[in-house]
Design a protein around this ligand. Structure first.
Ligand code: UDX
Length: 436
């Protein structure tokens, strides 16, 4: 199929490359010239395992190209809208400027029978409104909403072999045609039995935000248990293991620690609440305010814990390991780790941080940040070492080697990812979150 992908960020760049890898002819369109140049040269503009390989393979077939020229969409019949919907400054609402601009920009290039496919995460009701815009343009094109569930760090795998497809389509013949087109786009994964749910626009939009709200709630639930554990001397990781054995609960996404961040979960639960407010259902989703609050309290807790361990933060030397919002990513959007660094610096600490991939993105976001080129350089002379992102490199640190570098043998394990016994055996004072 001939496909255009509007927006080549974390979602669109991966989608474009993977669709080409699957055999489609793809043009990725983005307003950012630098990003287009990088992608055209086979370089991923952000760290995502496997993406550079897929990019170079797909570019070599001649089936993939990138441009800043929206007119290139005229060659395609299926147009994916994969632009961002960040949190609006000063409110919880999703900013739909980019989605609206992408759809408007596409209109002159749509032909009879074309399918515009929304992949961005949007407030419920957006697709119905945009369907009016697409149909109103009179080209004979249809809109479908096909939310994306990919996780950073696993984006290629999640795009090529997702755990489900959701198609939000209009009723009647147009919906059947849209379904048939999407089935052809995703034929490879569907052939392996990937479940697909064909539904209306509103349900499709809600599937995405409710999935993220559920995941965020699960994380905040276990972090609330961590608060209780801290007050009672219990161990939240053992608690998670024990309740996780109940198949109805499940162990995944029950890792207590510094909590969730990134470009999706935080802004999506806020936008979902804001949308419920607009629908006159503020009470229905008010619990998401608690989910957010529990999550943000964990960041404070790491700062308090560090203060308890080193005494005064003013003038203390702190070695921070991890800046990205999660491992295998260089993304620092709403990163809990970076937030903790900011709070420590505000409290007067001298922080040196190291992340295997996110030093650069973090420095862009916080220009005063002091980064080191290695974990060893970050912890040298530290009064406390804080592990804030659970990269394998940090989980594999050898306590004796760290001990030889630090000023005081103090570790805060913000992700409960270290072997506490091994560190304590080496003489470290180690504190996790929700652990005795
Ligand atoms: C998320 C959703 O998982 C994905 O389906 C959606 O498409 C986009 O948003 P992502 O933002 O890549 O994906 O990260 P995810 O793996 O979900 O982790 C989110 C945050 O939660 C990270 O900061 C992570 O460290 C944290 N987390 C995750 C926990 O604190 N505990 C856990 O048990 C799991």
């Amino acid at each position: 199929m001939r496909i255009s992908v509007i927006g080549c960020g974390y979602l669109g760049a991966v989608h474009a490359a993977c669709m080409a890898e699957l055999g489609h002819d793809v043009v990725g369109i983005d307003v950012d010239e630098h990003r287009v140049a990088e992608l055209s040269a086979g370089r991923a503009p952000f760290f995502e395992p496997g993406l550079p390989d897929v990019l170079s393979r797909a570019l070599a077939t001649g089936r993939l190209r990138f441009t800043t020229d929206m007119a290139a969409a005229a060659e395609a019949t299926v147009h994916f809208v994969a632009v961002g919907t960040p949190q609006t400054k000063g409110s919880f609402n999703a900013d739909l400027t980019y989605v609206d601009a992408a759809v408007q920009g596409l209109l002159p290039y749509l032909g009879e029978g074309d399918l515009v496919v929304g992949k961005s995460t949007v407030p419920v009701g957006t697709a119905a409104r945009l369907a009016g815009v697409v149909e109103g343009a009179g080209a004979g094109a249809t809109l479908a909403w096909n939310p994306e569930f990919l996780r950073e760090g696993f984006a290629v795998r999640d795009t090529v072999a997702p755990d489900r497809f959701v198609y939000g389509v209009p009723q009647g013949d147009a919906g059947e045609r849209a379904t048939a087109v999407l089935d052809e786009v995703y034929a490879t994964a569907l052939a392996t039995g990937t479940p697909r749910i064909v539904t209306d626009y509103a349900t499709a939009e809600l599937v995405k935000v409710s999935a993220n709200a559920f995941l965020a709630t699960k994380i905040s639930f276990i972090n609330a248990m961590a608060e209780i554990a801290e007050a009672t001397g219990a161990d939240v990781t053992q608690l998670a293991d024990a309740i996780g054995h109940d198949a109805r609960i499940g162990r995944r996404f029950l890792n207590a620690g510094l909590g969730f961040g990134g470009g999706c979960l935080p802004k999506d639960i806020r936008a979902f609440r804001a949308r419920a407010d607009e629908l006159g259902l503020a009470d229905t989703l008010s619990f998401l305010g608690e989910v957010d609050a529990i999550n943000l309290r964990r960041r404070e807790r790491v700062v308090t814990l560090t203060r308890e361990l080193v005494g005064d933060l003013e003038g203390a030397t702190i070695g921070v390991l991890g800046l990205a919002f999660k491992p295998d990513s260089d993304d620092v959007r709403d990163s809990p780790a970076l937030d903790v660094v900011k709070k420590l610096v505000e409290a007067g600490a001298n922080v040196t941080a190291y992340d295997p991939e996110a030093n650069e993105t973090a420095t862009r976001s916080l220009p005063s940040l002091v980064t080191a080129g290695s974990a060893a350089d970050a912890v040298r002379g530290a009064d406390a070492v804080l592990v804030l992102t659970e990269w394998r490199e940090f989980r594999d640190l050898v306590p004796a080697e760290v001990k030889a570098l630090v000023s005081r043998a103090v570790v805060v394990d913000g992700r409960n990812c270290l072997d506490a016994d091994a560190w304590r055996a080496e003489g470290f004072v180690l504190r996790g979150l929700g652990r005795p």
